[in-house]
Ligand binder design. Sequence first.
Ligand code: GDP
Ligand code: MG
Length: 198
Amino acid sequence: MIKERTLVVVKPDGVQRSLIGEITGRFERVGLKLVGVKMIVPTKEFIETHYTIDPEWRRITGEKTIKSYKEKGQTPPSEDPLEITGIILNHLKNYMITGPVVAMVWEGVHAVKIVRKLVGSTEPLSSDVGTIRGDYVIDSYQLSDKDGRAVRNLIHASGTVDEANKEIDLWFKKEELIDYKLVQDKILYDVNLDGMLE
Ligand code: GDP
Ligand code: MG
C-alpha cells in the first residue's frame, strides 16, 4: 500500500471566516491523517516560490486562463500566457500575505486525489456542491478580475504527487512532520478486520 502526503493551506480568507475547524474536519472524517500543521504569515517571495515550484505553472495557468476567457466569449487581458500569469501571481502575492494561513500535511492512500476531490475545482462559482470551495464561498474569476484581486477560494491543495512532495519540502522541515499510528488505520487499511470481537 503506497501512502501519499499532500499539502493543504487554509488561505487568509479561510482563517478569517473561522473555517479552519470545518476544513480540517472534512479531511479527518474521510480518514486522512494529519502529520504536520503550522500557522504562518507568508512573505511575497515565499508565495512566488510556492506557486512557481512547477516550472510549467506559469505557462499552463496562463494558457488555461486565456482558454477560459475565450470559452466565455470574453477577451483575455493579454494573448501572452506569461503576462497573464504575471497578473495572477501578483494578485496571489497580495492576497496570501494579508494574514495568517494554516499549512497542513495530510497522509493516506490516494491522499492527493482525495484532497483535491474534497476541495473542489479552482473557481468557487463552478465548484461542486459538497466540496469545500462549493459549500463555503462565493466568488468568480469575473468578479475577482474586475476588482483586480485573486479569486478567494479559501484553500490550496497540491495538484499532483510530485507537486505535493516539492511543496511539503518548501513549507515544512523534516522534523516538523510526525510519523505515528492512528487506531483507525487498522480499520482503513488492514486486510483482515479481525480482533474486533471479544
Ligand atoms: P488550484 O490548484 O486549484 O488552486 O489552481 P491552480 O494551481 O491552477 O491556480 C493557482 C491559483 O491561481 C488559483 O487558486 C487562482 O487563485 C489562480 N488562478 C488559476 N486559474 C485562474 C484563472 O483562470 N483566472 C484567475 N483570475 N485566477 C486563476
Ligand atoms: Mg495548483
